[in-house]
Structure formats: C-alpha cells, structure tokens
Design a protein around this ligand. Structure first.
Ligand code: TRP
Length: 454
C-alpha cells in the first residue's frame, strides 16, 4: 500500500482545496471565453446546453477525477498506472494521463497569449487610455494590439514567466495566499461591472440574449462547443483536477466539495456573461464578435465610470490572477509526472516545460497577425485549431474515458469508501452518473455533431 499522502505536498484543509480547484476552474474560460462563444453560438440555447453539460457530465467527471487522484496520490499518469495494476485493468487506460499532459501543454500555449492581453490591458486602463472611449475606439485599440506580434510576445512571455516561477516553487505553498483574497475581490468587481451594465440600460436585452431559447440558433457544432466549454471551464478531462485531487486529505467530502466548486464556477461565468452582454447591447456592439469581446466591452464600460481607470486597472489585475491560478493547474499533471519519473527538481522541470510551451505559444501570437491566413484545419488559424482540438475534442474524450474508468474499472468498494457512501441508494446515483449519464452525454453530443447535417 502507498502511504495516504502525496510526495508533492498536501492541501492543509478542505477550504484550501476548494480555493485551489476553484482557482483552477475560474479563469479566462469564465470571463473571456464563455461570453464570446455564447455570443457566437446564439446565446440562450447555448447557455442552457452548457448548464446541462456542467450538471450531467461536468460534476460526475470532476468527482471521478478527485477520487482517482486521491486514491492514487501521484501524478495522473502514475495514479492511473497504479489503479490499473490494482484492479487488473488494461494498461491502455493510462493513455488518459498521457493525453491529458499533451492537452494541458497545448491549452497553456494559447491561454498564456490571451492572458498576456489581460496584462497589457492593466497598464492601458490604469493609465487612463480608455477614459471616455466609444465602442469603435475600443475595437480599434484591440486591433492595434493584434497587429503587433512583438508587443503580444512580450506580454505572453511575462505571463508564462510568472506562471512558471510559481509552479517551480510548488502549487501547495504558492497558491493558497493569492487565491484567498483575490478571488472574492474579482467577484466584487464583476458585480460592479454588472451594475454598470444595468445602469447603462442594456440589462434586459442582455438577459434575454443569454436566457431566451431561440431553438433555431442551436447548431450542430454549437452543442459540441457547449460540451467542450463545460469541460474547459471546470478544468476537467485532462487530469488537472486529478493532480490536485492527489493532495486532498482523506477527511474531505469529495461530492460536497465538487458541487461547491462547480457552482462557484458557473455563477462567475453567468455574472460575467450578463455584465458583458448588457454592455454589448447598451452600446450597440456585436455579441458575436469573437475572442476580442471582453477586451472591447470591459474597457469601454470602465472608460465611462468615474474612477474607471483605477477600477479598470484593478479588474484586469484580478483577471490576470484568475488566469495565473488556472495556468498553474494546466502544468501540474506534467510537472508532477516528470518529477516522479526522473526524480528531477521541480524548478528544472518547470522551466523546461515553460520554455517549450512558450515557443508553441508564439504560433498563437502570430495567428493574429503575420500568420493570420495560415490555416491548419479548415478555415482555422493555429490559435483557433489548438483551441478547437483541445476544448472540443480532447477534453470531452478525456472526460468520457475518465467516467468509464471510474464507473467500470475501479472496484466498487474503492469508490464507495472514497466518496464516503454507505447506502445503496446513494451509490446508485453515482453509478448511474458515471457509468451511464456522463459517457452517454458525451457520446450523444459527438454523434449529434458528426451527424450528416443538411
Ligand atoms: N478552467 C480554466 C478556465 O476556465 C482553464 C483551465 C485550467 C483548464 N486548467 C484546465 C481547462 C484544465 C481544461 C483543463 O479558464
């Protein structure tokens, strides 16, 4: 038997795990990505599909990840190896761990680029650069950043540097302090932004856009995007939560904690969405305007407020922090594995991984300028392709196999004791969730998407 602790450190209590996992979940996915993909996919129907995916696939798979991590107490790859051996399953299951390492690497490469825009906007807003601007000027300012590969690379470098610096020192000690204060503050500023949205008169239309069910807006691809985003925003499907699960003390209730985390994450996304769409409609902006949406609406809103330069600067500082705590979790499966496998020091491993990921990130930087007409698959730039491949293919597949593994391979007794379940009826809920609902949900969305449509 392995000792019931991880060699990489342990969260000191339940609350710190909630903060770390919520820190991983709440990030650019909630504030930047969710509003823009909801805008591109027609709003209401997309939002509802996303909520269903969070509840039916996201929560069961997140439970499975924490459970596997805590049972294995190692990096996702090695935890899977160990659990496969014990249950005499096929070694092929460890591919989940490997695919997760690759997905994390790919995601971080473009995540760092977008987070770099956020860092750049701290200075732009704080210096008063957006005071009193209209929508056009804000759009123009973003276009200027996009056309400048050097500037984008500089901020991409800074973001990756900060992330790797923290990762090198170890997640457990590095994360705790930052998240405890900054996350609640971010929440407060999102409410301020929403207040502005309401005051500027766009709330009714924004609310309608986000929640009215216009069925004709549901596209085949939109449903897949909703599923992919549910995985992305909860940080599931690639082992990040599994890696964090390895550091969770035995006394923590997994189910209760996971539900808390998923609710926090969803609330942040919905508030960010409502705030941003209120501003969009109050100002006659375009809801489907793509990845730049947040970077146009938010500066525009703070530019109109008194003390907007101050609050706007703070807002982008907090978004950058949220992005850092997410980025850290993207590296943890790979870092923990490399440390275990080569007995290497965390910092050496972190720097090597960071440099490689930084290099790949440059390709995403160039997608917005010099390589903007270089297409990888279909009409997609490098940035779009990596985003599509990871969020819409790799994460849902990862979630699918994690659910199957926890549902069919792990011994029933292990699951029951990990989840602290004693009654048959409570166990039946998780069995159905992991064996049937989550996998079938993923499968249904995939089939729906590739269905030869008219
Ligand atoms: N969930 C984060 C966000 O919404 C991004 C993220 C962090 C992530 N770790 C992950 C996505 C692991 C997928 C897998 O911004």
């Amino acid at each position: 038997m392995t000792p019931d602790e991880s060699t990489h450190g342990m969260w000191s209590n339940r609350w710190l795990f909630v903060l770390a996992a919520a820190g991983s979940a709440v990030g650019l996915g909630n504030i930047w990505k969710f509003p823009y993909i909801a805008g591109e996919n027609g709003g209401g129907v997309f939002v509802v599909a996303y909520l269903f995916c969070v509840a039916l696939v996201g929560i069961p798979v997140m439970v499975a990840e924490v459970l596997i991590g805590r049972q294995g107490r190692q990096s996702p790859i090695n935890s899977m190896r160990l659990l496969v051996q014990r249950s005499e399953g096929s070694q092929a299951w460890t591919l989940i761990g490997w695919a997760g390492v690759v997905a994390g690497f790919l995601i971080l490469s473009f995540y760092s680029v977008i987070a770099g825009w956020g860092l750049y906007y701290i200075g732009e807003l704080a210096s008063g650069g957006f005071v009193g601007v209209d929508g056009n000027t804000a759009t123009q300012a973003l276009a200027e950043l996009h056309s400048n590969p050097i500037l984008m690379s500089v901020f991409h470098t800074v973001f990756m540097g900060i992330t790797i610096f923290i990762v090198a020192r170890g997640v457990v000690s590095g994360l705790e302090r930052a998240i405890r204060w900054l996350m609640p503050l971010l929440f407060v500023l999102l409410i301020v932004l929403l207040g502005y949205g309401i005051a500027s008169g766009g709330f009714a239309e924004g609310f309608d856009f986000m929640f009215a069910l216009r069925w004709d807006a549901l596209s085949f691809d939109g449903l897949l995007v909703a599923l992919g985003h549910a995985a992305f925003t909860l940080s599931i499907g690639m082992g990040a939560i599994m890696a964090y699960g390895a550091y969770v003390p035995r006394s923590v209730s997994i189910t209760r904690t996971v539900i808390t985390i998923a609710m926090l994450d969803t609330v942040v996304a919905l508030i960010a969405g409502l705030a941003i769409f209120s501003i969009v409609f109050a100002n006659g902006l375009e809801p489907g305007s793509g990845p730049g949406l947040m970077f146009v609406t938010v500066p525009r809103a703070f530019g109109q407020m008194s003390l907007g330069a101050l609050f706007g600067g703070i807002f982008f500082i907090l978004v950058s922090f949220a992005a850092i705590t997410s980025a850290i979790s993207l590296t943890e499966p790979a870092i923990a594995f490399l440390v275990e496998e080569y007995n290497a020091s965390r910092s050496r491993v972190a720097v090597s991984l960071g440099v490689a990921c930084w290099l790949l990130g440059l390709a995403s930087v160039f997608s917005f300028n010099v390589w903007s007409d270089v297409y990888v698959v279909g009409e997609k730039t490098v940035f779009d392709s990596i985003d599509y491949l990871t969020a819409n293919i790799m994460l849902p597949l990862g979630a699918f196999f994690i659910a199957l593994f926890a549902g069919y391979v792990l011994p029933r007794g292990t699951v029951m004791s990990q989840l602290g379940i004693t009654s048959e009826s409570a166990m039946a809920i998780w069995t159905v969730g992991l064996k049937v609902i989550a996998p079938l949900g993923v499968l249904a969305v995939f089939l729906y998407t590739i269905w030869p449509s008219g």
